[in-house]
Design a protein around this ligand. Structure first.
Ligand SMILES: [Zn+2]
Ligand SMILES: [Zn+2]
Length: 313
């Protein structure tokens, strides 16, 4: 029960600094595993609250697509996380500055918190402004619904902290939403670096990609942009253009600024989303298959958490 309450607080950033720093790696809890079950509980709750309040309930096809994409996106981290961790340790061992910061002091905590969030801002911005990175991030933006399965951010201090409204704008394909609100926990980075935009009531946010992909195929949702880049690579003339394709924005083509010509297809209201109907038996089969994958995935996460701790003991 105490652990459950702690996971709940961890999910909403309601931990005291002293609860989040640890003297060595072995004592760091497996946060992703800790909150995964809670996250799923919230998704189920959201589903029933939407039905109760007569709102559009999360669609199963869209939810399956988001959760599957989430699982697929975690697969590389099962192998790569140790690289990330090694990089941290490598830098820490070589930078005497970090060693002078006491590991259990609130100042260290806040410096690290702000530093990580600033890093997140720029990494996220790069994921949108550099084609090659966009190829992996676009999956997160392909959802045409916006609910817990797409993202979870909670806060109220709209000026400083990122809010659901700010992040809705980030997920919009309306012209005023493109390349805006990259912030993670704080929205101040967007205000500082000029990428902040307020949600507009008169122009409701239409979610998804500028050119909707109209599929729930998990392989297509992951790879469609890479395929597009591959085709462009052969179409473009000259090596200069071919190379520019990788580091310029996803909307770039020869003769326009780095981030494209600034023209986007207009939104037609009411917004139509991709929503193929399945025969009931296929829907039931998919649901059971999906649950099975989810359970297997949870057990992989769990055993990995355990083996990591064991290895280091
Ligand atoms: Zn994004
Ligand atoms: Zn998001």
């Amino acid at each position: 029960m105490a652990l459950l309450f702690k996971s709940l607080r961890a999910m909403f950033y309601l931990l005291l600094p002293s609860e989040t720093y640890f003297e060595n790696i072995e004592s760091v809890p497996n946060y992703v595993f800790m909150v995964t079950e809670l996250f799923m509980t919230f998704q189920i709750l959201e589903f029933f609250i939407c039905i109760y309040r007569g709102k559009n309930r999360p669609r199963l096809n869209d939810t399956f697509s988001s959760v599957t994409a989430g699982i697929v996106s975690r697969i590389p981290t099962l192998f790569l996380q140790s690289i990330e961790l090694s990089a941290y340790i490598w830098i820490y061992d070589r930078q005497s500055l970090f060693k002078r910061l006491p590991w259990n002091h609130p100042v260290t905590y806040w410096v690290a918190f702000l530093g990580i969030d600033l890093g997140y801002y720029w990494f996220h911005r790069m994921a949108h402004e550099v084609n090659l990175f966009w190829a992996t991030h676009q999956t997160h933006h392909s959802a045409e619904d916006y609910n817990l399965s797409t993202a979870l951010r909670q806060a109220n201090k709209r000026i400083v902290v990122n809010t659901p409204s700010h992040h809705r704008v980030h997920h919009g394909r309306n012209e005023y939403c493109i390349d805006k609100n990259y912030g993670g926990v704080f929205i101040i980075w967007d205000r500082i670096f000029g990428t902040f935009e307020k949600e507009r009531r008169e122009e409701p946010v239409a979610y998804g990609l500028v050119h909707p992909i109209n599929t729930f195929d998990p392989i297509k949702t992951q790879l469609c942009h890479l395929q597009y880049m591959f085709e462009q690579f052969f179409k473009l003339d000259g090596w200069r253009n071919k190379l520019a394709l990788f580091w310029k924005g996803p909307g770039w083509y020869p003769g326009v600024p780095r981030l494209g010509d600034g023209k986007f297809p207009p939104i037609e209201y009411p917004v139509k989303v991709h929503n193929p109907e399945l025969p009931n038996y296929v829907a039931y089969y998919t649901f059971i298959h999906f649950l099975y994958v989810l359970i297997q995935y949870a057990s992989v996460l769990k055993s990995r958490g355990v083996s990591r701790v064991k290895r280091q003991q």
